[in-house]
Design a protein around this ligand. Structure first.
Ligand SMILES: [Zn+2]
Length: 481
């Protein structure tokens, strides 16, 4: 059996967050809208209509290009990419060809704890095509239709060099790319709704064999990127080991069957007969504009992740979870302003805060809890005014009612029992009621102690200080011997 090297490159289409389409004033807000209601002669490409470039598109694309460390070409232009497909009434897509907005950049990310780098070959601007609809609220059963609402929506296509060497790396690279475009508000990065679409080129090679590139399409989540590429590695490996050829082709990922299926031969650039769009003049990007956008770039996810690791002594894994969502990262740091225990805050956010958000189906910015309110709750835990278990239930109420921790604790009469005398009395009662467990403990069964602590908790409705309870129990039990 020979050793194969896996080589993967990504092509990511990313919908830009503009209000209007790329060359007309039609709205980009097409999700759930009646088909063909957000169209005009320009985005339908009717004869005689003229495209006018939306400046916001250039600004957002530049932001992404600069964040990916790309070289910005001083002059660029739009080409027509010609092909026929029913969802493309114009018969061509306006795209960029030999002069994209950015080239030769790179992207850094962590994969399985190791810092990796993927070079960015190019980033270019292009408009989206329409969509074939085969079912849904707006169609009689058994019919298909074309919806042009998406025609002319601005995208950037980001192409990496084939620098990724496993499905994990490809997924982690894509996750970082998504983080970056979301941080910069270049795109909402929503993969399910198609604002972020990923295709991949994958080949297997060995010392005696040059790889043949297969393009995999139709992967709609990070998980499907990972699954599709893992499937493809195995499929190609099997073919090569059996001495069979791998064909250069495009394959579609079938999420339900968990396989890739051959779709068609891969097109080459010459198939598209690119030529400069005669309706759009070449345009240059002024240095001042580039500088202004550059200086406006926020701290990017990887920088933030590494700052969290050094400044707050978090592990790479902890920092990574926090920075995956800029709002969560901000929430974390805002909480620290009032309660400066980074690891404790991090633990509460990634477990309890995330759980509540998930249960309520909301995001941190829409939730009723604020960083200072969380800080107040954690301070009470830290000062042992309430136990961790109590705090979890208080937090739940904070999420649903928006009330402050102190208010809830007072109203529910929840103060932690940390009066030694009072606890000792309860402990003695519990010991009396559970002679078997006491005997078990005294004969060396550690588990029995846990049971007795549980009984004290039950007696006090979770209000006993757990550490103190444990100590008192051990003390009282040792006097029983
Ligand atoms: Zn339009």
């Amino acid at each position: 059996m020979s050793d194969f090297t896996t080589t993967i490159g990504l092509e990511v289409h990313c919908q830009l967050l503009t209000q209007a389409k790329m060359f007309c004033r039609c709205s980009t807000d097409y999700i759930g809208k009646e088909p063909n209601t957000l169209v005009c002669p320009v985005c339908l490409g009717l004869p005689g209509s003229l495209p006018v470039l939306n400046q916001k598109v250039v600004e957002l694309a530049l932001r992404a290009a600069l964040a990916l460390h790309c070289q910005i070409l001083p002059q660029t232009l739009f080409h027509r990419k010609n092909y026929f497909y029913p969802d493309l009434p114009k018969g061509y897509q306006i795209s960029q060809y030999n002069l994209p907005i950015g080239i030769d950049g790179f992207l850094e990310f962590y994969s399985q704890g190791v810092r990796k780098k993927a070079r960015i070959r190019r980033i270019h601007i292009e408009e989206d095509a329409g969509k074939l609809v085969h079912e849904g609220a707006f169609l009689p059963p058994g019919t298909s239709g074309v919806d042009c609402n998406r025609c002319g929506i601005p995208l950037v296509e980001i192409v990496t060099e084939p620098d990724l060497s496993s499905p994990e790396e490809a997924r982690d690279c894509l996750m970082m790319l998504r983080n970056i475009v979301c941080y910069l508000e270049v795109s909402d990065g929503n993969m399910e709704e198609g604002s972020l679409r990923c295709d991949a080129n994958i080949s297997l090679s060995s010392s005696s064999l040059t790889g043949v590139k297969v393009e995999v399409k139709n992967m709609n989540s990070f998980r499907s990127v990972y699954r599709a590429l893992s499937y493809e590695v195995e499929r190609q490996r099997k073919l090569l080991e059996e001495g069979k050829p791998v064909f250069q082709e495009t394959r579609h990922w079938d999420e339900i069957k968990g396989v890739t299926v051959s779709a068609r031969g891969k097109e080459e650039a010459e198939d598209y007969r690119y030529f400069p769009d005669p309706d759009l003049l070449p345009f240059s990007l002024k240095t001042e504009m580039i500088e202004e956008i550059k200086s406006g770039l926020l701290e990017l996810p990887l920088e933030k992740e590494e700052r969290f690791m050094t400044q707050y002594e978090l592990s790479q894994g902890e920092a990574e979870i926090l920075v995956q969502d800029r709002e969560i990262a901000d929430f974390f740091e805002d909480t620290l302003r009032n309660f400066n225990k980074p690891r404790m805050v991090c633990n509460w956010i990634v477990t309890e805060v995330f759980r509540n958000l998930k249960e309520l189906g909301t995001t941190i910015s829409r939730a009723k809890i604020t960083p200072s309110h969380l800080a107040e709750l954690l301070k009470m835990v830290d000062r042992k005014e309430i136990s961790g278990t109590m705090a979890k239930s208080v937090l739940e109420e904070m999420f649903t009612s928006g009330a402050r921790a102190r208010e809830i604790v007072t109203r529910r009469g929840m103060a932690l029992i940390n009066d030694e005398k009072e606890l000792e009395n309860i402990v003695k009662e519990v010991i009396e009621k559970n002679p078997q467990s006491v005997a078990d403990y005294l004969s060396g069964k550690e588990k029995a102690l846990q049971f007795l602590i549980g009984q004290v908790m039950k007696e006090t409705r979770g209000q006993a200080d757990p550490e103190l309870t444990r100590n008192i129990l051990i003390k009282v039990l040792s006097s029983e011997e």
